[in-house]
Design a protein around this ligand. Structure first.
Ligand SMILES: Cc1cc2nc3c(=O)[nH]c(=O)nc-3n(C[C@H](O)[C@H](O)[C@H](O)COP(=O)(O)OP(=O)(O)OC[C@H]3O[C@@H](n4cnc5c(N)ncnc54)[C@H](O)[C@@H]3O)c2cc1C
Length: 554
């Protein structure tokens, strides 16, 4: 059905973390904003990170001190504003020599484009001290320390005895990055109900004034924006081309991760991340992500975000690196429960080592011209961690351009289920006893959902009350009523949205064929699917999980 174009201040194309962060900020300032994504919210690169909210200690090496200062501040802010999703992550860096790496590090610092190797204790000590210095603003976590070899091997017995010492410090991890993207969008709409967010919206055409999108179920939406923001991450150049403005802004690199079912490794990690240098000098990581060992990442020149997947040679690389680092444990392909891959939307660059391409962000503008009534602002680069600061910079520019001023700072603004989050043990007890009294849920159940959804858990628990509290097959900490709540309240369009982005069922490899069938039944009832649609969704989801994520359902 053709619809009259809606006038909006800003149209954002791409609802990854950068688009969603900007959407929330602009809505808070009273602007009317439409955000559209050709797929699900947060399903692009924003679903493929190492899940770290980090200051980027390795960027000290490339002399990006401004980026480290901003990232450590944003990390500290996220720990306060999204405590349901972002948690401290104690980190260990194994050290293999005392003095090596200083010459290479200095060369890198002064612009060499070949990758450094062998970071010795002195260099790491200097790096950690600098990292503490930059992370001092709004500090919430302890400072760094150095462990002797003996201490490191006592703390992590399977670690290679080749180490001479280890450094320890704190960063943070985001438990459900995909959910946090959705929460930002919901917060934006709450702040300005005239704004709208649309997933599975295909860009059909732009006549330079109106931009038209096809939505699911043959619906259509068109917008007459004053400004267009291209937040399409690795697809930025494609979107600009579709808008009639050719660019070469992105020179992406691919990065993959695997998740292992490995209880012995989790025991050795004991809640810590090991951030280590692999044999080729690249920095890799392994940590406990929701009960699985998350291992990443690679950094390989690549361009096509549609087909990207973790390939066999990347898996061989991860397993060889782990065997080298932790000879006291065994590693094999049979331990892999899930794999994922994404393209870093990095600025086009001619650095020979992909790891040395800047992770900083920029927002180049193409002004309105004879062919377009609106300027296009492209959001290039950036990290998950820095989305708020990036959004703030771009929002300030847009506000000035549109003759408006900032009403609300997002620095101290809680996100989604982080709102009114109980800050200490006493507040947590109060929250739990109020909610269990209200809903009849057990304290244990309320605790699980508080960890998963933050204070939004109250609404989920109310939905569960009086409904089927039946657990999901093979993943009993999820209930059928909870899935029903997600299907009805979280902008679900496809079955994959639930298993891959609204829940952690797929990524933790805990999704069975029986559970997928149960979820399909619930979503079909909630969204009015007929038997044919249900079958198609089951087939498409199973195929995507097997082909792109190595998850075979049984
Ligand atoms: C391997 C890897 C590890 C990383 N690890 C970390 C980390 O640990 N910590 C960290 O801070 N950062 C990390 N990053 C960086 C971070 O993930 C990205 O910088 C960030 O997610 C980019 O977000 P984005 O919103 O710009 O892009 P995306 O998330 O890709 O969003 C772009 C969106 O645009 C949509 N889109 C594309 N074309 C169209 C169109 N025609 N119409 C409408 N919509 C469209 C896509 O569907 C997509 O949802 C990592 C990145 C990678 C690849």
């Amino acid at each position: 059905m053709t619809q009259t174009p809606s006038n909006v201040d800003v149209l954002i194309i791409g609802a990854g973390i950068n688009g969603a962060g900007l959407f929330r900020d602009l809505c808070e300032q009273g602007l009317t904003v439409a955000i559209v994504d050709k797929a699900d919210f947060g399903s692009g690169t924003s679903a493929a990170p190492s899940r770290l909210i980090h200051g980027g200690i390795k960027y000290l090496e490339t002399g990006e001190f401004g980026l480290v200062a901003q990232s450590t501040l944003e990390r500290n802010l996220l720990l306060r504003n999204a405590p349901h999703a972002v948690r401290p992550l104690p980190t260990v860096i194994p050290i293999f020599s005392w003095l090596t790496g200083i010459g290479a590090a200095l060369r890198t610092l002064f612009g060499s484009t070949t990758a450094p190797r062998g970071r010795g204790a002195l260099l790491i000590k200097i790096g950690l001290a600098l990292y503490d210095f930059y992370g001092a603003r709004r500090r919430v976590m302890p400072r760094h320390a150095l462990w002797s070899k003996a201490r490191a091997l006592t703390e992590i017995p399977p670690l290679t005895p080749r180490i001479v010492a280890a450094g320890t410090y704190y960063d943070a991890t985001v438990r459900h990055p995909e959910r946090l993207v959705l929460e930002l969008l919901q917060d934006g709409i709450r702040a300005n109900p005239d704004s709208g967010a649309f997933n599975y919206a295909q860009l059909r055409e732009s006549d330079g004034t109106v931009v038209r999108f096809a939505l699911p179920a043959s619906a259509e939406r068109s917008f007459r924006p004053r400004v267009v923001v291209n937040a399409a991450g690795p697809w930025i150049d494609h979107v600009n081309a579709a808008l009639g403005a050719s660019t070469k802004l992105i020179g992406g690199t691919k990065g993959s991760h695997i998740l292992l079912d490995h209880p012995d490794l989790l025991r050795a990690l004991n809640g810590r991340m090991i951030y280590f240098e692999a044999n080729d000098g690249r920095i890799c990581l392994v940590f406990d992500y929701l009960g699985r060992a998350l291992v990443g990442s690679t950094d390989i020149r690549a361009a096509d975000p549609e087909t990207v997947r973790c390939e066999d040679d990347e898996i061989d690389y991860f397993l060889a690196s782990l065997r080298d680092l932790l000879p006291g444990l065994s590693f094999g392909r049979e331990q892999i429960v899930y794999a994922y891959s994404g393209i870093r939307p990095l600025p086009a660059s001619d650095a020979t080592a992909p790891g040395l391409i800047s992770r900083d962000h920029s927002a180049p503008v193409m002004e309105a011209d004879d062919s377009r009534t609106w300027p296009i602002v492209s959001l290039v680069g950036g990290k998950w961690t820095t989305f708020r600061g990036f959004a703030e910079e771009v929002a300030d520019g847009l506000l000035a351009r549109l003759g408006r001023s900032r009403r609300v700072s997002t620095q101290g603004l809680a996100i989604g289920g982080g709102r009114d989050f109980p800050a200490d043990t006493a507040a947590r007890e109060n929250w739990l006893s109020a909610v269990t009294a209200e809903t009849g849920a057990s304290s244990a159940r309320a605790e699980i959902l508080l960890g998963r959804y933050g204070t939004t858990a109250r609404a989920v628990l109310a939905h569960e009350a009086g409904r089927q509290a039946e657990p999901l097959a093979d993943a009993p900490d999820y209930t059928l009523a909870e899935i029903d709540w997600l299907a009805r309240n979280e902008r679900v369009v496809h079955l994959a949205d639930i298993v891959m982005r609204r829940t952690a069922l797929a990524i933790t490899g805990r999704l069975s064929r029986r559970a997928l069938e149960q979820i399909a039944d619930i979503v079909a009832a909630a969204l009015g699917w007929d038997a044919g649609r249900r079958e198609k969704e089951l087939e498409a989801t199973s195929k995507e999980l097997a082909q792109r994520h190595r998850l075979r359902l049984d």
